[in-house]
Design a protein around this ligand. Structure first.
Ligand code: NAP
Length: 282
C-alpha cells in the first residue's frame, strides 16, 4: 500500500520508457515486503530534478542517459570511483545530502568475477562510451592488462589514457583478441532491433576466451551465441544490469537485495520481450 510512509526511489533520464530498472527494483521491494516504490521520470532539466529529489525527500535515484556526467555538478558528494570515471548512475539522499556513485563499475566486475579471476589476465575492451569507461576502470584497478579498441580511435586513446591501459586502437586491431583471455563488447552493436549485427567475426574468437557482452537486449546476443559455439565462456549483459541494480537497491534500502526475485523478473521480461514499464504492466 502506498501511504505517507512510502519511500520513493526513481529513475531520471531521457528517454526512460524502455528501462527495466522499475521492474527490477519494485520486484525487490515486493519480495522483501518493504514500503518502497520506484518510479521512472523523464527529465529534461537535470538541476530541477535534483532540486526535486531534495524537496520531495526522494530516497534515491538511478541516473541514466543523458545525465550521468552533467548531474555531477549538482550533487553534494561523489564517491572516488564515480569521480574518476566521470559518471554518476546512482544518487543516495541522506537527510538532504546527495551522494553520487557508479554501480555499473561494481556490477560489471561482479558479473565477470563469477566466471574468471582478473589479476594478470589480458583483456580487449571494445567501446569507449559510458559503459566502457566504468568497465575499463574496474579492469585496470583489478590488475588486468588492457587494450581499448573503438570505432572512433580518438575516444579509445582518451579512455586508455584515463585508466592507464596498456594500449588502444580502432577496430582494425580486433585480431589482437587471439592472444587475450577476456573480450568485452561495450558498444551497442547487437542490441535490439539490430540483433543480427555483431562487433567481431566469430573466426577471430579463440576457444579459451571469456566473452562478456554488455548488451542485454536481447539476453543472448549473436556475439554470445557464436562465442558459445566456439567453446568460449560467456557472460551475459543482464548480469551486469542485475548486479548494478542490486547495489543501488542496497544503497537505497539498507537491505540485502533479494537477487533471485530480481533476476527472475528481469530475465522473464527479457525473454518475453516485455519491455513495458512497471505501470504499464499493472
Ligand atoms: P555510449 O556512451 O553511447 O557509447 C556507445 C559505444 O558504442 C561507443 O564506443 C561507440 O563508438 C560504439 N558504437 C556504437 N555504434 C557502433 C557501431 N555501429 N560500430 C562500432 N561501434 C559502435 O553508450 P553506453 O552507455 O556505453 O552503452 C553501450 C551499450 O551498453 C548499450 O547497448 C547499452 O544498453 C549497454 N549497457 C549495458 C549496461 C548493463 O548493465 N549491461 C549498462 C550500461 C550500458 P564511437 O565512439 O565510435 O561512437
Amino acid at each position: 500500500m502506498i501511504d505517507a510512509g512510502t519511500a520513493i526511489c526513481c529513475l531520471i533520464g531521457d528517454p526512460v520508457e524502455h528501462s527495466l530498472s522499475p521492474l527490477i527494483h519494485n520486484a525487490g521491494y515486493e519480495a522483501l515486503g518493504i514500503n518502497f516504490l520506484y518510479v521512472p521520470f523523464r527529465v529534461k532539466h537535470i538541476k530541477l530534478a535534483i532540486d526535486g529529489i531534495k524537496g520531495l525527500g526522494i530516497r534515491g535515484a538511478s541516473v541514466t542517459t543523458p545525465h550521468k556526467a552533467s548531474v555531477m555538478e549538482y550533487i553534494d558528494e561523489i564517491d572516488e570511483v564515480a569521480k574518476k570515471i566521470g559518471a554518476v548512475n546512482t544518487i543516495v539522499n541522506n537527510n538532504g545530502v546527495l551522494t553520487g556513485f557508479n554501480t555499473d563499475y561494481h556490477g560489471a566486475l561482479k558479473a565477470l568475477e563469477e566466471v574468471t579471476t582478473l589479476g594478470g589476465k589480458r583483456a580487449v575492451l571494445i567501446g569507449s562510451g559510458g559503459a566502457a569507461s566504468a568497465i575499463a576502470m574496474g579492469l585496470k584497478r583489478n590488475g588486468v592488462e588492457l587494450v581499448v579498441l573503438n570505432r572512433t580511435i580518438e575516444k579509445a586513446r582518451e579512455l586508455a589514457k584515463l585508466v592507464n591501459a596498456e594500449g588502444f586502437g580502432d577496430l582494425e586491431q580486433l585480431p589482437l583478441v587471439s592472444s587475450a583471455d577476456i573480450l568485452i563488447n561495450a558498444t551497442s552493436v547487437g542490441m535490439w532491433p539490430r540483433v543480427n549485427d555483431t562487433i567481431i567475426s566469430k573466426d577471430l574468437l579463440p576457444d579459451k576466451l571469456t566473452v562478456f557482452d554488455v548488451v542485454y537486449n536481447p539476453k543472448e546476443t549473436r556475439l554470445l551465441t557464436e562465442a558459445r559455439d566456439k567453446g568460449c565462456t560467456v557472460v551475459y549483459g543482464y548480469k551486469m544490469l542485475l548486479y548494478q541494480a542490486a547495489m543501488q537497491f542496497e544503497l537505497f534500502t539498507g537491505c540485502q537485495a533479494p537477487l533471485p526475485a530480481m533476476e527472475h523478473t528481469l530475465t522473464e521480461a527479457l525473454e518475453g520481450e516485455r519491455h513495458a514499464s512497471y505501470f504499464d504492466r499493472r
